[in-house]
Design a protein. Structure first.
Length: 95
């Protein structure tokens, strides 16, 4: 099916597909890092989970997790936890 598409469309498809793969990999990496940080399994963390209520993260936990993100190559310089309530929001800001 893809072979019948003009070259510019094939390139656009490839670029979008590559971006989605990278975003999905980053998303899973963030989930995995947070799970390890909290002593959970990645499958235990849902996008709708509140960082403070559902995952019971204290300000110290959030600060430590930011350091974990930084040491794993994520740019947390634009994170403002006063605007981030859920794991999904955190994930969206980082990917």
């Amino acid at each position: 099916m893809e072979a019948n598409l003009p070259l510019p469309l094939l390139m656009e498809y490839w670029v979008q597909s590559t971006k989605m793969d990278k975003m999905n990999n980053s998303s899973f990496a963030i989930r995995k890092l947070l799970a390890y940080h909290l002593g959970l399994e990645p499958t235990d963390i849902e996008d709708e989970d509140s960082l403070t209520i559902d995952l019971h993260m204290t300000p110290a936990d959030l600060t430590d997790f930011i350091e974990t993100l930084n040491s794993n190559g994520f740019d947390s310089s634009k994170l403002d936890f006063s605007e981030i309530e859920t794991f999904g929001e955190l994930n969206e800001k980082l990917t």
